[in-house]
Design a binder for this molecule. Structure first.
Ligand code: ATP
Ligand code: MG
Length: 693
């Protein structure tokens, strides 16, 4: 095979050491390294020697302190790496995660005053990096680009802050942002933060109805948008969507008095955009007239920073609220260690700022570290599937962070698109959003990273604010498909149905014990739902909603959402495992499995399978796919039904929506529910049409 993974033949590369994290020790000491079922992939000695965390021992020491003395651990980082106008009053943090002891409450650095925009811009400039590029902007079309240094970015942010203040936006007011990946998007987020306004970014691909729901929820003073955007070869009139959303929200009692619209000339001229007198103002007509200096609004560490709705993979989106100080410290620190950040890095995260990944790892985390960040407006397969590597070579990207859905789709398009480009600058890769199937991991590692770049498979959620379980790329060997070990301060607990923590090798429900600085503080306007959803299922813990297993070396493996677990004759099967087995077949590009009612087994396994381009459906292939699962997992996990799928229903952030697939599998076609949040709703019709063939 073309698999260049380096297998373990000796433990000599890992220094022996002690600590009390038995699991990782087992790896270090070689006790359980007969783990032949998993490939171990080591960082090169060269990579490790230059890494911030270069050995399991170093991690263990820091991890141990982070969980035994969280106050000391985090206040040291907060003090040495951030600016606080005033220090926290008494406790570094206070928390109650146990519903039986009263309302759930989490506070970090309470009483301290700071400003995240000040920390991300002014502080970096004061340290001498004002002329360093903060943002490289790459447009949809080849050759369309721009850049801003830290000083230039600060000027632009201040102008918008001044404008917003002038029109009456005050500390605590909400601002809804509906912008594509223009530089104006991070600029607007930072401008809100600078004046203490609370931003609510809505992904600029959502319908007018979804946007209206979010407007009604937070009642913003201003909506900030642009007239249009080009994504791939399509032009989308964002302003029209906003107009409709504003009509819709007014019907629901929320009228917004001001819509600031940025003219995105490359997509559409302003003349072609309808404007409403008194309400609609062109950004370019007003913002540049304001001073480039704007005093910072110092806010309490626990003042809200932003509101963001979850992806909505499982149902009605939840309005996750993050506050300032803890989120700042956590997003910056996780960025630094999980990507082994160096000041010379050029960093690119393909996520849109409409998702949490774009908040923590396009805007705040990297800028708080003084990094140079790429903001890409376009689509990763436009003009062709080589675009990502074209961008990597153009800017000499060193850290590339993306989602499994993109990895799988580029893998399906063939290696030629990748190998055509140099990619020599890359040193760390990253993945987020879904479990990454081992075969996609290996392709990412071997083909994209030339078997040279560690992959940070970061498990986290909108709710967690930052990485929770993640490799630290120079510290320990990786296993393709495993998010490896917890980040500093994070205490994962795998519990059984009754909520009892299980030790050692096991699988169950993934919970977190104790709080961490980046934890969300509430669901906006619905603290009760916050408690019910996350803290009531297993008393005393934060419940993630995800299933997880821990192997005998202590590595964590996310198995999918617990709502998606399939129970076949008493075997509990996570969706990720079966899907990964299917995807390991060279002719299978993507797979999604769901359970369906089965007379004998209780539930059967129903697999939707997308084939590599040009491969025809055949009975033989169907049998081979089933055989692949049998061989890799066992007969009990063999799919009962293979459903050929030209495409899979995905959320707009690229996640497979199994809720809809379950309905198709059980032929409850009139109960599909809301499919408007899908990236491409027509996929559903295609699937239904194919279900009887
Ligand atoms: P909703 O909560 O509204 O259903 P969502 O959970 O998709 O939507 P996000 O907060 O964007 O919204 O996604 C977090 C989820 O994504 C995690 O709970 C997990 O299921 C999945 N996930 C993210 N990163 C990883 C990863 N590295 N490995 C496995 N799963 C991941
Ligand atoms: Mg979720």
């Amino acid at each position: 095979s073309s698999d260049h993974l380096r297998h373990v033949d000796s433990m000599s590369q890992l220094p022996s050491g002690a600590g009390n994290i038995s699991s990782l020790n087992a790896v270090i000491l070689g006790e359980s390294l007969a783990s032949e079922e998993h490939d171990l992939v080591f960082p090169s000695p060269h990579f490790s020697s230059q890494a911030l965390i270069s050995s399991p021992q170093q991690y263990q020491e820091m991890y141990k302190r982070s969980v035994e003395d969280p106050a000391g651990f985090w206040s040291d980082i907060a003090t040495s790496e951030f600016f606080w106008k005033d220090k926290w009053a008494h406790e570094v943090y206070t928390e109650n995660l146990d519903v039986s002891k009263g309302p759930i409450k989490i506070e970090w650095f309470k009483g301290a005053t700071t400003n995240i925009c000040y920390n991300a811009l002014d502080r970096i400039i004061e340290s001498g990096s004002g002329d360093k590029v903060a943002i490289y902007w790459e447009g949809n079309e080849l050759g369309q680009d721009g850049k801003l240094t830290y000083s230039e970015l600060l000027n632009k942010v201040c102008q918008l802050s001044n404008y917003l203040k002038h029109v009456g936006v005050k500390k605590g007011d909400a601002v809804v942002i509906y912008l594509p990946m223009l530089m104006e998007l991070p600029i607007t987020m930072l401008a809100c933060a600078r004046i203490g306004a609370v931003h609510s970014v809505v992904f600029a691909g959502f319908s007018a109805e979804s946007l209206a729901q979010r407007i009604v929820d937070c009642k913003p003073r201003v909506v900030i948008t642009c007239n249009a955007v080009r994504r791939g070869s399509k032009a989308i009139h964002l302003k029209e969507i906003v107009d409709n959303a504003l009509v819709e929200s007014a019907k629901n009692g929320v009228s917004v008095g001001l819509c600031l619209t940025c003219e995105n000339q490359s997509a559409m001229k302003r003349e072609a955009t309808k404007c409403q007198d008194g309400r609609d103002i062109w950004w370019q007509d007003v913002v540049p007239q304001y001073p480039t200096e704007c005093e910072v609004e110092w806010v309490d560490s626990e003042d809200p920073l932003f509101l963001l709705y979850t992806s909505g993979s499982t149902g009605k989106p939840k309005g996750v609220l993050h506050t300032t100080g803890g989120y700042m410290v956590y997003s910056a620190t996780t960025f630094k260690y999980a990507f082994d950040y160096k000041p010379s890095d050029i960093y690119w995260c393909t996520a849109d700022c409409g998702w949490i990944t774009g908040h923590s790892y396009v805007t705040y985390g990297p800028l708080l570290n003084g990094a140079s960040v790429i903001v890409f407006e376009g689509a990763p397969n436009y003009p062709d599937s080589g675009r990502c590597w074209d961008i990597v070579d153009k800017y000499k990207v060193t850290i590339f962070y993306t989602a499994p859905t993109l990895v799988r789709s580029l893998m399906r398009d063939g290696n030629e698109y990748v190998t055509r480009y140099s990619r020599k600058s890359l040193r760390v890769l990253g993945s987020v959003g879904e479990p990454i199937n081992p075969s996609a991991w290996k392709w990412f590692y071997n083909v994209v990273g030339d078997s040279r770049c560690p992959i940070s498979d970061t498990w986290w959620q909108t709710e967690t604010g930052g990485f929770m379980i993640t490799p630290l790329p120079g510290a320990w060997p990786q296993k393709p498909g495993s998010a490896t070990f917890p980040f500093f301060g994070v205490q994962p607990v795998i519990v059984d149905e009754k909520g009892n923590g299980i030790e050692g090798e096991c699988s169950g429900y993934l919970c977190i014990k104790n709080s961490w600085p980046g934890a969300f503080r509430t669901l906006y306007g619905d603290h009760e739902r916050y408690e019910t959803t996350y803290f009531k299922p297993f008393t005393g813990y934060y419940f993630s909603g995800d299933g997880c297993s821990r192997d005998k070396d202590g590595y964590y493996w996310l198995t999918g959402r617990v709502d998606d677990v399939i129970n076949v004759s008493g075997h509990r099967i996570g969706t990720a495992e079966v899907e990964s087995a299917l995807v390991s077949h060279p002719q299978c590009a993507e797979a999604a499995v769901v359970g369906f009612e089965h007379e004998v087994k209780g539930q059967g396994i129903y697999a939707f399978v997308t084939l590599v381009d040009g491969i025809p459906y055949s009975e033989e292939l169907r049998k081979n796919l089933i055989l692949t699962v049998r061989n890799q997992i066992g007969a009990f996990a063999a799919p009962d039904k293979i459903h050929w799928a030209p495409g899979l229903p995905k959320t707009r952030s690229g996640k497979i929506m199994r809720r809809i697939l379950r309905k198709i599998a059980s032929r409850q076609l009139d109960e599909l529910g809301d499919i408007s949040t899908l990236a491409d709703p027509s996929v559903v019709e295609q699937l239904i049409a194919l279900s009887d063939s």
